[in-house]
Design a binder for this molecule. Structure first.
Ligand SMILES: Nc1ncnc2c1ncn2[C@@H]1O[C@H](COP(=O)(O)OP(=O)(O)OP(=O)(O)O)[C@@H](O)[C@H]1O
Ligand SMILES: [Mg+2]
Length: 298
């Protein structure tokens, strides 16, 4: 048995709800194990990066959920993260604004730079980091506050407005950029939780935008929405990329193809392949990527 084969066999990760056999994923083809690691296929760098993640590992106790992942997030671009359930997509994006810090058993290793600054540096203010790298979740989660106060909350705690007029301007422009203003301008004092699901998700996007982020992380932002609300959010993502870098986790390959310029395919905690979205969907280089996008597993 060659050394490479032995290493591959010994390091098949036990990640996710089941082992490879239990989830009936076909026997892992070439995962390109080199020594005790593997090589991502494609170019994980970006010409104009806002985030540079290098050699990132995440452990939940003994579970090695992210394995040596390096990836740039480019400015004014949307990158989709795709892959089977449990492959580490949410875990990886939570690294980018240190949300994994909130999980006791999570340990993150590796280097993550935001505009060249180490996000794990002692002087990094985590509250500020999470404003710069905002997050929108799968289930819309407005605060139990008015529509206005949902959006005004971040600017208030970060002292972004000197007076009420300035705050009004930030709230209005954030709601406009989130494509929600005309629907809520007469309901600003009503509870955010009283809006429809799609409106709530746009409210959460407005809340994220209000503090002037550089990156917006979206973890399956449309999975609780109907097709019309989904189309609305997708149009919005296209508009938002003019000002922000966007990372979207999605289980919909159609959505990834519609909204993103780059796509990254994760499998069992590893970043298997990354490239231009068109190339990933029409000409994947790795067998695992091909199997996933052709629906052979996942
Ligand atoms: N808070 C947590 N505590 C312990 N283990 C976790 C936690 N969150 C995720 N994991 C584990 O880390 C691995 C990756 O999970 P993660 O949620 O990142 O996958 P995912 O790709 O986002 O999956 P899905 O598509 O189902 O959302 C899984 O084995 C999961 O069980
Ligand atoms: Mg997830």
């Amino acid at each position: 048995m060659s050394q490479a084969t032995k290493v591959e066999k010994d390091t098949v990760p036990q990640v996710g709800a089941g082992t490879v056999e239990e989830t009936s994923v076909p026997a892992a083809p070439d995962i390109r194990v080199v020594g005790d690691t593997y090589r991502t296929v494609g170019d994980y760098t970006s010409a104009n990066p806002v985030v540079r993640a290098r050699n990132v590992d995440v452990f939940y106790g003994d579970n090695h959920a992210i394995q040596n992942v390096s990836l740039d997030i480019g400015k004014n671009q949307v990158i989709s993260l795709i892959g089977p359930s449990g492959c580490g997509k949410s875990t990886f994006i939570r690294c980018l604004n240190r949300m994994n810090d909130t999980i006791d058993i999570a340990r993150v290793h590796g280097e993550i730079l935001l505009d060249g600054e180490d996000i794990h540096a002692r002087r990094m203010d985590v509250v500020m980091l999470r404003a710069r790298v905002g997050m929108v979740f799968q289930k819309p989660n407005p605060f139990p506050k008015s529509v206005y106060d949902n959006v005004a909350y971040g600017p208030r705690i970060h002292g972004l407005a000197r007076n009420r007029q300035e705050l009004d301007r930030i709230v209005r422009s954030s709601l406009e950029r989130a494509g929600l203003w005309t629907e809520v301008k007469d309901r600003l004092d009503e509870p955010g939780t009283g809006l429809s699901g799609g409106q709530q998700q746009r409210l959460c996007i407005a809340r994220t935008i209000a503090v002037g982020p550089e990156v917006i992380l979206m973890d399956e932002p449309c999975s609780a929405l109907d097709p019309i609300a989904t189309a609305h959010i997708e149009d919005l993502i296209d508009e938002l990329k003019k000002n922000f870098a966007i990372v979207i986790v999605t289980h919909s390959m159609q959505q990834a193809a519609r909204v993103s310029q780059r796509t990254a395919y994760f499998h069992l905690g590893r970043l298997i392949e990354v490239g231009d979205t068109d190339q990933i969907f029409t000409n994947p280089q790795h067998e695992l990527t091909e199997d996933y996008i052709t629906g052979r597993f996942g």
